[in-house]
Ligand binder design. Sequence first.
Ligand code: BEZ
Ligand code: FE2
Length: 404
Amino acid sequence: MRIITPHYILLEDRVVTNLSVAYDKTIKKIAPYEELLDEFPDAKVTSLRENSLLMPGLINAHVHIEFSGNKTELSYGDFISWLYSVIENREDLINGCSKECMNKAIDQMLRSGITTFGAISSHAMDLEACENAKQNVVFFNELIGSQAAAADALYGDFIARLDSSKAVKREGFYPAVAIHSPYSVHPILVKKALELVKNENLQLTAHFMESQAERDWLDKSSGDFKDFFEQLLKQSNAICDSDEFLSYFDDHKALFTHATKTNEKELDSISKNNQTIIHCPISNRLLGNGALDIKTLNEKNIRWILATDGLSSNYKLDLFEEMKVALFMHTDQPLLTLANQLLKSVTIDAADALGLNTGEIKEGKNADMIVLDLDVEPNEELPIHIILHRYNISKVIINGEDAL
Ligand code: BEZ
Ligand code: FE2
């Protein structure tokens, strides 16, 4: 048993002081220090400095570790130009990201307080790095392929990768499934994979309605994707429209990433199914995809959580940076309300969306916690200050173990 004595603790809806936390793998008790010491006299005690704040570790639900090699190779500003640049640089990007490069990305997340991440894995090149990561990992094996002729081979490769991830036996590692997108995965494949997701009760995610090109292609088989599909994939029509695609996800607690170009009907389906939207504001800005309409999502009671996306469309894997950008991007939202919502989106809401027993400093939750060194006593605007000031992170605890 361990006891940690921070100056302040960020609970779900308030900040408390003069309380300590006893934990092993999970949080056992939150109470005054003397009371914990009486109950757990043999506990190892960590005393923290003045103005230290204990808060839940952050959860980054969407990142592409395999694409961590990019810095300046990819073209920013327009989604289709970016996609062409990904295809052109694919080999270099993948081969250029050694184990060391992937470990560096994972370490960057750890140092920025990320204790759980959702890795979208295209090729399983990141499996070993994710297996050895200190963080909890939801390992989303991605299925892609719009051509029916290649469906069997692609599905076989996907199952082999999924099986390899299932063979990983370590605490905090969860094999899961990603469907790349409505335009890039043939309905035959979507249906097969979702059957498996249901039978095996796996977490499920998909990119959805990220760009105007996707909107135009799925609605009318026209727009900026037309040349792309005609030239590279010899397709003149979309394989599926968005309503059909979403219908396959009915009754799945799925997470849809981006959703910047969704329409009313799609949002109603997402709301009805209690699905979650993953919001990656920096990626959306860099790829020319606009800003997510979080006002409408809030009105429709759709949960949204914040994530970084990969270094293929971001310059860091840091949820504090991501929250800051979101705070400045969504100017139609009241500042403090938004700051509060952002903090929840990377802790308690992300944990719930991913079905994980974490994201909160609460008895019974997994002991995933970080310590921020505040420089003053917190006031009622603490969520804004946490986002603006990027306080030093002096400790990271994952499943009860010191990870930093
Ligand atoms: C495909 O594999 O069919 C595909 C990949 C990326 C974009 C579109 C389609
Ligand atoms: Fe992504």
